[in-house]
Design a protein around this ligand. Structure first.
Ligand SMILES: CC(C)(COP(=O)(O)OP(=O)(O)OC[C@H]1O[C@@H](n2cnc3c(N)ncnc32)[C@H](O)[C@@H]1OP(=O)(O)O)[C@@H](O)C(=O)NCCC(=O)NCCS
Length: 167
């Protein structure tokens, strides 16, 4: 269940009981604007997302988006982890936190640990990331964890900035 531990954070598999938190996170305006609409609008659709998104990815790839929680209190802050898409040639790092937890260094702390897990534990040779233009906070997170801009790509809806790190 638990995947990674950092100084302040614990990353663990998302379970169906996390549906209320997933509902809050995936309907937050910042998630909808910077990541997209994952079809989550109530508890039932949040459970559906957990099953067919993160949990299907754990079963298929051995990784996925994990829940990030504060070790001290156990409260859920956001998600961070690895996503495998048909539209990209390697896994990409994903992350989203509720706005009340922004600017405390949690994204950099979680994503640093996900990067190390991807390279050292899973042995992945290449880590990608895709970011909407204008998402400055996200680009800063990627710079802090050592990913570099590669190109503008279009995976369907809009142009995205593609970042990469070679192990
Ligand atoms: C992107 C996101 C994960 C950053 O989370 P965070 O916990 O605030 O990030 P951190 O506290 O680790 O800060 C990382 C850097 O971003 C900067 N930052 C934070 N919020 C910022 C903002 N709104 N604008 C510009 N820079 C910002 C921090 O100052 C820090 O910069 P530094 O390294 O120069 O000190 C968060 O804003 C978020 O969840 N956004 C919505 C979802 C999203 O966009 N996910 C990424 C999709 S590609």
């Amino acid at each position: 269940m638990q995947i990674i531990e950092t100084e302040r954070l614990r990353l663990r598999e998302i379970v169906e009981n996390d549906a209320p938190f997933i509902l809050e996170l995936l309907t937050d305006p910042s998630f909808l604007e910077n990541i997209g609409d994952r079809g989550v609008s109530d508890l039932a659709s949040a459970v559906h997302y957990v099953r067919n998104g993160p949990r299907a990815s754990y079963a298929r790839h051995g990784y996925g988006l994990w829940l990030v929680e504060l070790k001290e209190t156990g409260e859920a802050l956001g998600m961070s982890g690895l996503v495998r898409r048909d539209t990209l040639p390697a896994p990409d790092i994903g992350y989203a936190f509720l706005p009340r937890y922004w600017s405390k260094g949690y994204a950099v702390e979680a994503c640093t640990a996900v990067r190390d897990h991807a390279i050292r534990t899973l042995g992945l040779p290449r880590l990608l990331a895709i970011v909407s233009p204008g998402n400055e906070a996200s680009v800063k997170v990627l710079a802090r964890i050592g990913l570099h801009f590669q190109a503008i790509v279009n995976l369907g809806e809009e142009d995205l900035q593609l970042f990469a790190l070679d192990a």
